[in-house]
Design a protein around this ligand. Structure first.
Ligand code: MG
Length: 171
């Protein structure tokens, strides 16, 4: 069994991860409309990964015999007028997600819930990666996105991202 507060936080995290998927799908739509199919591909893959995160949290609750309650997913609310808006909003969002994961970890630490701390280790590492990826995108866009040729090449680079199922601590 899990501590009630931790179970509640993890249940909420399922919703947050699905929201992340929804948000990145919204970014993908925007990029597609801007004619940047490579950027759109990058965010589509990202959205798939977020769904996986949600499923991993769901699996953890189920493994612990906790009933999962699905809530409504909020509407993506980032105002996008140019691609850089999405890149920056993505970075900001990942920092927010890191704070959520840290908060659950902190609660697990307080409760001496070593099992949940170990489960969350994968996500702690993943968030480092997510923030780095989002930051790299912003940097690359600043460096190369200003002229059409640079943007074209960056779009091509991002079109090569392929979805692979994550290796979680369940493997
Ligand atoms: Mg995530």
């Amino acid at each position: 069994m899990l501590n009630e507060k931790i179970a509640k936080l993890i249940n909420e995290q399922i919703n947050k991860e699905f929201y992340s998927a929804y948000l990145y799908l919204d970014f993908a739509n925007f990029c597609e409309d801007e004619g940047l199919d490579g950027f759109a591909n990058w965010y589509e893959v990202q959205a798939q990964e977020e769904r996986d995160h949600a499923m991993t949290f769901r699996g953890y609750l189920k493994d612990n015999g906790i009933k999962v309650t699905l809530d409504a997913i909020a509407k993506p609310d980032k105002k996008l007028t140019k691609v850089m808006d999405a890149l920056e909003a993505g970075l900001e969002h990942e920092k927010y997600v890191t704070s959520l994961i840290n908060n659950i970890y902190h609660e697990a630490f307080e409760q001496k819930d070593y099992k949940t701390m170990q489960f969350l280790d994968w996500f702690i590492k993943e968030q480092l990666e997510e923030e780095k990826n989002a930051e790299d995108l912003v940097k690359k866009m600043k460096l190369f996105g200003a002229d059409a040729r640079g943007l074209y090449l960056l779009n091509q680079e991002l079109s090569t991202r392929v979805y692979t199922a994550p290796t979680t601590n369940k493997d």
